[in-house]
Design a protein around this ligand. Sequence first.
Ligand code: MN
Length: 204
Amino acid sequence: MLSHSLPELSYPYDALEPHIDALTMEIHHSRHHQTYITNYLKLLEWTGLTEKYSPSELLAHLDEVDSEKKQGAINNLGGHINHSFFWSIITPHPLNRVLSTGNLSAALQETFGSFDEFRDQFTATALTIFGSGWAWLVKDKHGSLALRQTTGQNTPLSDGEKPIIGIDVWEHAYYLKHQNKRADYIAAFWNVVDWVQAEKNFSE
Ligand code: MN
């Protein structure tokens, strides 16, 4: 269960080398992610809301936040929720594709025709986000798979959709290693996707 503090990673910062480098992981987790948490806790200080609600519950109760603080709270709370999800969907012990026996494999085939076609479409979705944002494979309100783009730190959870996998395409996620070459970073991402976790996200 996610709390209002930085989640510990289940692997060391260098565990995803060479696909995601240790320095990027360390700065991304300990500084960028921490800053989102620090920022919304500061914005919501004295409101009692962070004592009352978990991060995902809070997302659904941001109408209780003063209007001048609301957008900042959305941005930074989204940053916390999205990054916590991202760390959970990458692993140093990946399979290189979805579990062939699982429910997700069948759903990907039904929706996209094949795993390779899904991967191509997800890659295109991530490549074409203009500026900072995220690409997602989600389970929509009808239980179907769909690809989504979100900008800033918006999350599909706000639209009632469940993330299955997601990739952070803010430059801070790849600039140290790949500079401006987002395509190289997305190609590297496919080497660390945790398909066991993805299956759980889809089936649970
Ligand atoms: Mn990020």
